[in-house]
Design a protein around this ligand. Structure first.
Ligand SMILES: *Cc1c(COP(=O)(O)O)cnc(C)c1O
Length: 400
C-alpha cells in the first residue's frame, strides 16, 4: 500500500506546468506565421482560394491521399464525410462511446443513428471484437476514432467493411501524423476527418477541418457539399452546408504542417520520458500509462493515465491545486449523454468506456514541455498519490 518517498522531495516553489502552452510554440514560428498572415491580408482573398488549394495539396501529399477537402471544423469534416456517403434516415453507423461529442453528433446531424460498442481498455479505441455483432441490415458505416493520437485496429475493420459492404469514416481529429502499418491516419478508410482546432497536433488560429479520400466521386461531392451543393452559377445539385476553410487558417496551417513531424517527435519523446519517470518515482505499478501497440505510430495528442482507486477526481483536484495542468477526456461517455437518451442506452452498457471515463487523467504532453517540467508533474503526482494512500490507511485504522 504505502510507497517509499525518495529523498529529493519537491521544493515548495516549483513552477506551474500548464496542460498545454500554445504561446511557447508560437514563439518558435512567429516570423513564418506573420509572413503568411500578411500575404493573405495583402491578397484580401479570405475564403477558399489558392491558399486553401495549396494547403489541401500539402495535406494530401503528407497523408498520401488522392484528395483533401478543407472545411470549417473537424465536426463539419465528420458531417460532410457522412453526407457524402448519402446517409439515409435510420442508417446506422457503428462507433465508440468514448470520444469527443462530435463523433456521435455528426452521425445524427447527417440523419443516421449512432450504434455504440465498447472500447478496448488498453488502447481506448473501438473493441474490434464487438463490431460484427453490432452489424444489422441498416449498418452503413464504421466510424473508428483514433483516440489520443493512436490509430484504431484497422485490419479487422477492413475485413468486416469488405465482408458487409460498409464504408469506413475515420475520426482522425486527434491523429494527424499517426500511422498504422506504415499508412497514415486519414487513408485507412473511405474518408478521413481531421480537425485543426488550436489544441490538436496541427492547430490553426481558430477552427478548421479537412476530409481526405481516395474516392474521386466522394471528393467531388465533398467539394460541392461545403458550398451548399453549388456547382457554379447558383445551381445547386445537393443540399449542402456552408463549411469552408478560411485562407488565413490554410496559410497558418501550411506553415505549421512543415513542423508537424518534429512536434510529434517531441510528444513521443515526452511520452517515453514519462514512462522512465514513473519508474523512477515508483509510480509504474500504480498508474496505467498509454501503450503503443505494434505497427502503430502514436502521436500523443493526449497522454492519458489510469488512476483507478475511485479517487481520480481527488487526484485531479490536488494536482490542479499544485498548479499541474491536467484534464479529463472524457468524463461522461456519449451513450450516457442526455441528448442521446432516445437511443435507450443505460449505465453499465459499456463497462470499459465507463471505467475509462471514471479513472483517467490527461497530463501535459505538448512538444515543448521538456524534462524539467515533466519531473515536476511526476513528483507532484507521486506526492498526491502518497498523501491519499496515507489518508486512506489512517481512515482504515480509525474504522478498525
Ligand atoms: C476535436 C475533435 C473533433 C471535432 O473537431 P472540431 O474541429 O473541434 O469541430 C471530433 N472528434 C474528435 C475525436 C476530436 O478530438
Amino acid at each position: 500500500m504505502s510507497h517509499i518517498l525518495p529523498i529529493n522531495s519537491l521544493q515548495e516553489t516549483s513552477q506551474p506546468v500548464p496542460l498545454i502552452d500554445l504561446v511557447e510554440q508560437y514563439g518558435t514560428i512567429r516570423d513564418e506565421i506573420q509572413e503568411a498572415v500578411q500575404r493573405v491580408f495583402e491578397s484580401q482573398a479570405f475564403v477558399l482560394g489558392d491558399e486553401v488549394a495549396q494547403f489541401e495539396q500539402q495535406v494530401a501529399e503528407y497523408c498520401d491521399s488522392k484528395y483533401a477537402i478543407g472545411c470549417a471544423s473537424g465536426s463539419d469534416a465528420l458531417l460532410l464525410a457522412l453526407m457524402a456517403l448519402d446517409l439515409k434516415e435510420g442508417d446506422e453507423v457503428i462507433t465508440t462511446p468514448y470520444s469527443f461529442f462530435a463523433t456521435a453528433s455528426a452521425i445524427t446531424r447527417a440523419g443516421g443513428t449512432p450504434v455504440f460498442i465498447d472500447i478496448d481498455p488498453d488502447s481506448y479505441n473501438l473493441d474490434v471484437n464487438q463490431i460484427e455483432s453490432a452489424i444489422t441490415r441498416r449498418t452503413r458505416a464504421i466510424m473508428p476514432v483514433h483516440l489520443f493520437g493512436q490509430c484504431a485496429d484497422m485490419e479487422p475493420i477492413w475485413r468486416l467493411a469488405t465482408q458487409y459492404g460498409l464504408a469506413i469514416v475515420e475520426d482522425a481529429a486527434q491523429a494527424i501524423g499517426a500511422s498504422y502499418r506504415g499508412r497514415k491516419a486519414g487513408v485507412l478508410g473511405t474518408a478521413g476527418c481531421f480537425s485543426f482546432f488550436p489544441t490538436k497536433n496541427l492547430g490553426g488560429a481558430g477552427d478548421g477541418g479537412l476530409v481526405t479520400t481516395d474516392d474521386k466521386d466522394i471528393a467531388a461531392r465533398l467539394k460541392r457539399l461545403r458550398v451548399h451543393g453549388d456547382v457554379g452559377g447558383y445551381t445547386h445539385v445537393d443540399i449542402g452546408i456552408n463549411s469552408r476553410l478560411d485562407a488565413l487558417q490554410a496559410a497558418v496551417l501550411s506553415v505549421k504542417l512543415r513542423h508537424l513531424d518534429s512536434w510529434s517527435d517531441g510528444r513521443r519523446e515526452n511520452a517515453n520520458r514519462y514512462n522512465e519517470l514513473f519508474e523512477e518515482y515508483g509510480l509504474a505499478e500504480r498508474v496505467g500509462t498509454p501503450e503503443e501497440s505494434t505497427g502503430k505510430h502514436h502521436v500523443y495528442n493526449q497522454f492519458t493515465i489510469r488512476v483507478e482507486d475511485g479517487n481520480r477526481d481527488e487526484i485531479l483536484k490536488r494536482l490542479r491545486a499544485r498548479q499541474v495542468g491536467c484534464s479529463i477526456y472524457y468524463p461522461k461517455p456519449l451513450h450516457l449523454q442526455e441528448c442521446f437518451s432516445y437511443l435507450n442506452y443505460k449505465s453499465g452498457d459499456f463497462p470499459q468506456a465507463e471505467r475509462a471515463a471514471a479513472g483517467t487523467i490527461a497530463l501535459p504532453i505538448f512538444a515543448e514541455l521538456g524534462a524539467e517540467r515533466q519531473r515536476i508533474v511526476v513528483q507532484n503526482l507521486q506526492q498526491v498519490v502518497a498523501e491519499l494512500d496515507q489518508e486512506s490507511s489512517t481512515s482504515v485504522r480509525k474504522a478498525a
